[in-house]
Structures are given as C-alpha cells and as structure tokens.
Design a protein around this ligand. Structure first.
Ligand code: PMP
Length: 427
C-alpha cells in the first residue's frame, strides 16, 4: 500500500479549523520556493500569509537565530531582560519614534488584545469602534473586532460589549470617488456617535491601514486623515492593525507611512521575525507609561530567538529590502493592470508594494468566488501557491516574499495567466 501523504495524515489528525488552505505538505523552503514531500518545487506567492517577507530561510535571519540559540533560547520577559529583546525594541522604536514604547507578545491577535486593553485602561472608556470587513484575529476579543464573516462569530455571540462597526471605503464596489467615499464613511461614523455611543465613551478606533483579509482594500488618504482628526477631537485613541501590512510588505516599513497619519497604538506580527512566532504592540510613551505593572503579560512574549531574527529582518528592510518591494510592486502591478485590460472578469487590481489584490466578478458583475477557487487550484497544480481574500472570497492576493525578482514575477505570471485561461474555459 502506498504511503499516506502529509495531507492524508493531516485529515485524520486535525479538526477542520486546523486544516490548511492548500493540500500540499511542505518539506523545505528557500527564497520564494518551497518543496513538497515528493521533492516538487512550488513558487510561494502567499509567503505563509505575508510572513516570510525576507524569503523562506533567509541566510542572514537563519544565522542570527542560530547564534541566539547557542546563547539563550528562553529568557522570560516577565522575569529578566536579554540583549535581543532590547535590540529589537530599539530598532523598531528607532524607526517609529522615540515618543513610543513597545510590548512584545506572540501573535497578531495577542497584539490586538494588548492594544484594546491598553486603550481601555488608559482612557477608562468602554467603547471600541472597529470597521466593516476588518480582520483582527480569532481570540474572543479579536473575534468581536473582526467584522468580515459571520462564521467567525457563530455560536460565540455575547462577545466583548460596546463594539461598534463603522464603514471602511471600498470604491471598487461603490463606484464613488475618493472624496465621496470618505464622506460616506465619515457620515456613517457620525451616525454611530449620534445613535449608539457618544464619542466621549469611545476608548479607541482600531483599523487596518489597508484591509487584508477583507479584500486588499487601500483607503483614500483623506479617509485615514479624517479618522485621525475625529480621534483627536474626541480624545479617542487611534490604533492601526499593521499585522498584515507591516515590515516592508507595502514598499515602506509600515503602511501608515503612505498616508501621513500616525496612530497612537500599532499592532505588529506576521513578518516581524520572518516566521518565528513574535508580535508587538507599539504605543505612545505617554499611554504606555500609564499601564500599571502586572495588569497584562504572557510567558513567551519576546522570545530571544524570535527577537534576534526580528532584528535581522529589520536590518534587511532598512538596507534596501523595503525599497526593493516598492520597485517590484510597481513592476508586478503594471503587469496585472495590463491583464485587467484584456479581461472583463477582472473588476479591479489594487494594492501598495507587494500587497496586491485582483478582484474577480461574473459576467453580471457579482463576486466570483468559484472562479477564484478553481484558479487557485489550477495554479497550485502548475506549481504556484496563491491565496484568496475578500468578504466574498473573490480576490486573489499576491504576496510574494519581498526578495522576489522581475524574472520570478514573470515566471509566476506565466503560470497565473495560463491558469486563468483554463479556469475561464471550465467556467
Ligand atoms: N490582524 C490582521 C490584519 C491579520 O491579517 C491577522 C491574521 N491574518 C491577524 C490580525 C491575526 O494574527 P494572528 O493570526 O497572528 O493572531
């Protein structure tokens, strides 16, 4: 009898929540490539959902992590300090600003939990404004914040109280101009303040500066700037969830840098350590200094090896990787836009840097999740790993490692093009 594949073994071992988006078992990775258990090579344009921004097993990150393993694997940030923890904090705050402090944890959801606990602690207010189509994690509190699919909440209702959902721009769907979209969303926010919760009762607004799981949606600058103004006006803290957008993904180290808007609080995770579990919540010094000792914490936050890897990641980003992502992003997006010109089923190509979404619709303009699903599986058969996103699952997201070259983008695009033609024939 033939040996079972990793996928077949996984089906027996894990509940549906723990089954993966693709049915391949991966054995090793290098750069933009991974190899499955049979030695077959795949181009990874999902980067473990925007995690391996420096590419799989980047030699510099591996070297720094190995050096740290030989010295100290666990310190316990509740107990002692250690060099890599201090160094990474200095690196990140050196970029964000000396008027910020940092708190390390292990996952994006955990960083968001810290963000909302800090906001509630410091303001003494109960309310939180989250945004439609947002994704902030799957712990109980972050499930409450997440407003992209009711399935995440099914049977968990009665979550965190006093969370309200505001509109987030989506001009590809509404067909409105940037100014009109901003006005529409701000008017709805004002309605929330009038009908449901007074702004003086709101601790924070939390939003992704570019929506990730919700469909790779870049809001107009005017929207984020209006949100900043409203927060300042009412003493509401502005929290940006940069879990998916951070660490060079958009062609700048953090996405907020594109919008001339600086948050009071920021959540970081995913690519922070190129695959090691690590996250962080960065917030204004004036807020962090009011967070009483012992009211929040965790055993594994800021692991020494993860922090050493994180410092290596930051060095690579500062030394040209973020700029490279911007250049490759423009190259890639221009090619995708050319594809759009020849395909009615492509509604929109959007994104910044190497965070690009392509939205598909049916002939009558409805979200086409079926096409995206078959496109993904045909591409996988041909050796290209892609993910989808969007509340209707009709957006292909392109998130290659930032080290990708023009030749590799062309290689992936050739597969993508052929897969799309095949998927359309089967439609
Ligand atoms: N915030 C955003 C914007 C995300 O994209 C994600 C994960 N997709 C999370 C939070 C949750 O991160 P984690 O899975 O590490 O908890």
């Amino acid at each position: 009898m033939a040996e079972k594949s990793m996928y077949e073994r996984a089906l027996e071992l894990f509940p549906p929540v723990a089954l993966r988006a693709t049915a391949i078992g991966v054995d090793r990775g290098e750069g933009i490539y991974v190899w499955d258990e049979n030695g077959r090579k795949y181009i990874d344009f999902a980067s473990g959902v925007a995690v391996v921004n420096c590419g799989h097993n980047h030699p510099y990150v591996v070297q720094k992590a190995k050096e740290q393993i030989d010295k100290l694997i666990h310190g316990g940030h509740n107990v002692v300090y250690y060099q890599s923890y201090i160094e990474l904090a200095e690196k990140i705050l050196g970029h964000v600003g000396s008027d910020y402090k940092i708190y390390f944890s292990n996952s994006g959801a955990e960083a968001n939990e810290a963000a909302i606990k800090l906001a509630k602690q410091v303001t003494g207010r109960p309310g939180i404004i989250s945004f439609k189509r947002s994704f902030h994690g799957r712990t109980l509190a972050t499930t409450t914040l997440t407003a992209s699919n009711a399935k995440y909440r099914r049977h968990y209702e009665g979550l965190l109280p006093s969370v309200y959902y505001a509109e987030y721009p989506y001009s590809a769907r509404t067909g409105l101009s940037d100014e009109e979209e901003t006005a529409r969303c701000i008017a709805q926010l004002e309605e929330i303040f009038h009908d449901l919760i007074e702004p003086e009762q709101v601790a924070c607004m939390i939003l992704e500066p570019i929506q990730g799981e919700g469909g790779y949606i870049v809001p107009p600058k005017s929207f984020l700037q209006a949100i900043r103004r409203i927060c300042d006006q009412h003493g509401i803290l502005l929290a940006f969830d940069e879990v998916q957008t951070g660490f060079g993904r958009t062609g700048k180290i953090f996405a907020y840098e594109h919008f001339d808007v600086k948050p009071d609080i920021m959540s970081l995770a995913k690519a922070i350590a190129n695959g090691f579990p690590l996250s962080a919540m960065v917030a204004k010094r004036s807020l962090m200094d009011q967070w009483p000792a012992g009211t929040h914490g965790g055993t594994f936050g800021g692991n020494p090896v993860a922090c050493a890897a994180g410092t290596a990641v930051f060095e690579l980003l500062e030394n040209g990787l973020a700029d490279h992502a911007a250049t490759m992003g423009s190259y890639f997006k221009a090619k995708l836009e050319k594809m759009k010109a020849n395909h009615q089923e492509i509604l929109d190509v959007r994104g910044l840097g190497l965070m690009i979404g392509m939205e598909f619709v049916t002939k009558d303009g409805k979200p086409d999740a079926k096409l995206v699903e078959s496109l993904r599986s045909i591409a996988l058969e041909k050796g290209l790993i892609l993910l989808s996103c969007g509340v209707s699952k009709n957006v292909i997201r392109f998130i290659p490692p930032l080290i990708v070259t023009e030749e590799q983008i062309d290689e992936a695009l050739a597969i993508f093009d052929a897969s799309l033609e095949e998927a359309l024939k089967q439609r």
